[in-house]
Design a protein around this ligand. Structure first.
Ligand code: ATP
Ligand code: MN
Length: 465
């Protein structure tokens, strides 16, 4: 046939290509037939938010057979000349000289109707990426993932892969999923004790809740590293901000103290915002119009404003004095609840807040003890709309203090022998944090539920697809 070049819809929308013979491949979003003897087809191929309009004239040999019956959701290949568009909101259109149907979509295609609730779309996780909303979320997520690597690579952090299966069971980050090949049906029936030395790894093993402890090994060897991988938490929390399987980015840096750590987190978050605001403008405009009005302005303001820093103790004083009625009481020593965090970041400061120096009683064993004897060098970053997005700390590098702390908490030195070794041999101050990737996607898209920020959400009672 012709020598038309296959290009993406995104490329085809570039006015600079007018006059070229091109081929487009994608899925039909809408079809409209004009009395004048031609049809308008809106085509999308996922390469960008917008569609390209194809004009199919009745002179096409298969006009009656294929085009007048072409249904929403069908996949097609069309070629012809790219022309300047007369229609508003689009710069180009394709005047089809041929159009071929690859796969028809019969009348039971679920996405016929324009609007479905996000709850409903979760049941169709195999089709929802074909909608405007999920196409946009997916492209944003992709850009963010790329930014994560760009940011750390430019700062000399090495990308390290930490294990998904782990035997460290008391990092304190959350409840764990057990990994086993033991015949649990038999064990359940016998009522006896389980001998995990006979299990696959010769001991109890789990899906990881964090790659931090292993990342510390690499930070205290290569200086700076980061992980970016899946983590698992078996908590039965049905909230809009928790998944059972989520992706976490965990930078860890030798010779970084808490201040350096907080600076890194702020710079990182701002770099992510800068990139999506700059490179995902069409998708962001959609979120701003349809998902959360004002989101662009609010992210721009976060990008351009220094984060507020305050200690946990100062935060508790504000919360106690604010006169707000909370479901959970606030008092020094108690963990802050989501409602408290959101009050601080959404109402009191109306912007991102970094809280630091938390009571040691509510934090894990590896956080560095402060001189006051009561607090540890922990920090959380809270942002409007989501609450906690980052949790981190300076790690305890002093062997004696670490061992003392482990003893207090009843952790066995033998089990953490390798972690303890890092403090025995050339110990250095070091710090790191964890950023929940889906929480960033949730924040930057304005999506209400974190289940709509990952392609295939795993939550209590749900692991379809
Ligand atoms: P939260 O208090 O919100 O449950 P956490 O304090 O248990 O979080 P950390 O152990 O500090 O979380 O994990 C680091 C980061 O990972 C959090 O700041 C958050 O962004 C993200 N995160 C934690 N748990 C989840 C989850 N269940 N689903 C999605 N992201 C999560
Ligand atoms: Mn945390």
């Amino acid at each position: 046939m012709t020598d038309a070049t296959w290009i993406s819809v995104d490329e085809a929308r570039d006015a600079g290509r007018v006059g070229e013979q091109v081929e487009l491949r994608g899925w039909v979003r809408t079809r409209r037939d004009s009395k004048g003897g031609f049809s308008f087809i809106e085509l999308n191929d996922g390469s960008c938010f917008g569609n390209v309009q194809i004009i199919a004239d009745q002179s096409l040999p298969n006009y009656e057979a294929d085009i007048l019956t072409l249904s929403v959701g069908s996949s097609i290949v069309a070629s012809g000349e790219l022309k300047a568009s007369q229609g508003k909101g689009q710069s180009t259109e394709l005047a089809a000289s041929s159009l071929r149907v690859l796969g028809d979509a019969p009348a039971d295609y679920p996405l016929q109707k324009k609007r479905h609730s996000f709850e409903k779309l979760r049941e169709w996780a195999h089709l929802r990426p074909r909608t405007n909303s999920f196409g946009a979320v997916t492209r944003l997520r992709n850009r963010l993932a790329y930014s994560v690597h760009q940011f750390f690579q430019e700062k000399g952090f090495y990308y390290v892969n930490t294990p998904i299966i782990t035997a460290s069971d008391c990092e304190g980050a959350g409840q764990m999923f057990r990994v086993t090949t033991l015949p649990i049906e038999k064990i359940a029936g016998s009522g006896g004790k389980v001998d995990y030395s006979r299990d696959f790894f010769g001991k109890s093993s789990y899906l990881t809740v964090s790659g931090q402890l292993e990342a510390e090994i690499y930070a205290t060897s290569l200086g700076r590293c980061y992980t970016f991988g899946p983590t698992f938490r078996a908590e039965n929390s049905n909230t809009t901000r928790h998944l059972s399987e989520f992706w976490m980015i965990e930078p860890e840096a030798a010779f970084f103290d808490l201040q350096d750590n907080m600076r890194l987190a702020e710079e990182f978050i701002k770099a992510l915002l800068t990139d999506v605001l700059q490179d995902c403008q069409e998708d962001m405009a959609f979120f701003d119009q349809r998902i959360q009005p004002g989101i662009i302005e609010s992210l721009e303001s976060v990008r351009d404003t220094p984060f507020k820093h305050l200690t946990y103790t100062e935060a508790v004083e504000i919360l106690e004095a604010c006169g707000e009625s909370f479901e959970f009481p606030v008092s020094w020593g108690a963990d802050l609840q989501a409602e408290h965090e959101r009050f601080l970041t959404e109402k009191h400061f109306a912007g991102p807040v970094i809280l630091y120096n938390y009571p040691k009683s509510i934090k894990p064993f590896y956080m560095r003890c402060n001189d006051d004897g009561k607090t540890v060098a922990a920090m959380d970053v809270l942002v409007p709309g989501v609450g906690e997005i980052v949790g981190g700390s300076q790690r305890e590098e002093r062997l004696d203090v670490l061992l003392e702390r482990m003893k207090e908490l009843g952790l066995s030195e033998e089990e953490y022998w390798w972690y303890v070794d890092l403090r025995k041999f050339g110990s250095v101050p070091h710090s790191g944090f964890g950023l929940g990737f889906e929480r960033v996607v949730q924040w930057t898209t304005g999506m209400t539920n974190i289940r709509d920020c990952i392609p295939f959400p795993r939550t209590p009672g749900s692991a379809e697809f």
